[in-house]
Design a protein around this ligand. Structure first.
Ligand SMILES: Nc1ncnc2c1ncn2[C@@H]1O[C@H](COP(=O)(O)OP(=O)(O)OP(=O)(O)O)[C@@H](O)[C@H]1O
Ligand SMILES: [Mg+2]
Length: 445
């Protein structure tokens, strides 16, 4: 019967209008009957001289004032009429109140029925052994049953992939209360498995019998999407790591080409120009000297380019010294900004990838300070975290800052985040208008 409740619409209950007072026609008919009885009584009384007969017979009992009785009876009649009118009015009010309450109950019941049947979670009511007595359509869908009625009589435990777990749940619920186990697996009627989050509660009904309420939410699709997303993210990371590697290799190649090819040719050009200068006079000597100067300049430009492309100091001197060199160079170009660099702990053995990542980190942050910050001071701190062995790099300035939620990050900061995260590290950016910018990267040991 309860299963029907889950599947069928509510049985119509009488509305307040349906139990309305008797129609006017009925009331007039009743009044007519009263008038008829009165007239008939009068006619019979007149024909039989009823009052005279009573007066004659009651004369002997005049001492008891029986002749006053009709008036008293008439008063009693009026009193009873008033009494019944009052009771009728009271009953009508009571009836109206009940009908209104019933209407509210019917409406509430309709709401709850809708919430129950349309719920996206599978809802079931079962006895203390887990035998289902009421289920909603989503429960049938989850369990692979044709309808909510088909779920009635089934055992919830039969759908647990791990029966032991169901027994453990029942045991845990024996004392009453609520159970919210971690994600569990249900096996549908067709044998397919569904991953669900569950909530189980026990309640005693009016007769003191325990009832189990089971709520299951199907998260199979969500879990699959999550797994797919994690896989895509991991593949993406691999791809980024690969592209960073390719980029660094390419930079190194270009730097080497610049050094080996252009450096050689510039050097040869310079030597030739020097030899002409040393042997010539006048205008030719001046022109040769000019070629030497231009060659020196081009060589200096190429050297700077090479350093940017591949920080040789990084390979030769290690990270702390390469960073110190980078900071010194930057400081020379930006004398108005006070730039401090500090290191703490052993930082010589970080490996090539970590080295280049941290170097590019500082390079980009210093470029940003020069481009955007208008800062008076910038602090760079590189340290080995005690205990964990992680490496932390923080670059902070006291410039005009920016609102990170409103700003669209350029390739610089996004690239830094990617470089740090593909190595399994954590990137944090703290900034605010007028509060400077602090960028932090934490690489695992
Ligand atoms: N130190 C800083 N002080 C103030 N604003 C900054 C600072 N660093 C970054 N920003 C702000 O954050 C934005 C994003 O920086 P990001 O380095 O990602 O890009 P970009 O420097 O504009 O361009 P790109 O680095 O790609 O050449 C900048 O445009 C700037 O508005
Ligand atoms: Mg930038």
């Amino acid at each position: 019967m309860q299963a029907e409740l889950a599947a069928q619409p509510a049985a119509p209950l009488p509305s307040p209008g349906a139990v309305a007072p008797a129609p006017m026609r009925q009331a007039w008919a009743d009044l007519g009957l009263v008038a008829l009885i009165t007239v008939a009584t009068f006619a019979v009384g007149a024909a039989l001289e009823f009052s005279e007969w009573i007066a004659a017979h009651s004369k002997t009992y005049e001492a008891y004032q029986l002749d006053e009785l009709p008036l008293a009876l008439a008063a009693m009649l009026l009193g009873l009429t008033w009494y019944s009118w009052r009771r009728h009015r009271h009953a009508s009010r009571e009836m109206g109140l009940r009908l209104r309450t019933q209407a509210v109950l019917v409406e509430n019941e309709r709401h709850y029925r809708m919430l129950f049947t349309e719920d996206l979670s599978a809802n079931m009511l079962a006895d203390a052994d887990g035998v289902v007595s009421l289920a909603n359509p989503e429960a049938a869908r989850l369990l692979g049953l044709p309808s909510a009625e088909a779920a009635v009589g089934q055992r919830i435990g039969d759908f647990y992939a791990d029966r032991e777990l169901w027994r453990a749940h029942l045991a845990a619920l024996a004392g009453g209360g609520k159970l919210e186990p971690p994600v569990l697996t249900l096996r549908r009627a067709d044998g397919k498995e569904r991953r669900v989050i569950a909530k189980l509660t026990v309640r005693r009904d009016a007769a003191g019998i325990s009832q189990v309420h089971a709520f299951f939410t199907d998260i199979t699709a969500l879990e699959q999407a999550q797994a797919q997303l994690a896989k895509t993210l991991a593949e993406n990371r691999q791809l980024i790591q690969r592209s960073i590697q390719v980029q660094e290799d390419e930079r190194r190649n270009i730097a080497r080409e610049l050094h080996d090819e252009m450096g050689q040719w510039l050097n040869a050009l310079k030597l030739d120009a020097v030899s002409i200068r040393d042997r010539a006079d006048g205008e030719i000597k001046a022109a040769a000297q000019s070629i030497v100067d231009v060659t020196n300049h081009v060589y200096e430009v190429a050297r700077n380019l090479m350093r940017r492309l591949r920080p040789v100091a990084l390979d030769e001197l290690g990270l702390p010294s390469a960073l110190q060199y980078l900071v010194d160079q930057w400081q020379r170009r930006h004398p108005t900004v006070k730039c401090t660099f500090s290191t703490d702990g052993s930082l010589e053995d970080l490996g090539e990838v970590a080295n280049i990542t941290l170097y590019r980190f500082v390079q980009e942050c210093l470029t940003n300070v020069a481009k955007h910050a208008e800062a008076g001071e910038v602090r760079i701190a590189l340290r080995r975290v005690d205990g964990t062995g992680e490496v932390e790099l923080a670059v902070s300035d006291d410039g005009r800052g920016f609102e990170p939620r409103r700003a669209t990050l350029g390739m610089g900061l996004l690239g830094l985040r990617e470089r740090i995260e593909v190595l399994g590290g954590a990137f944090t950016l703290e900034a605010g208008t007028g509060r400077g910018v602090s960028v932090r990267g934490l690489l695992p040991a």
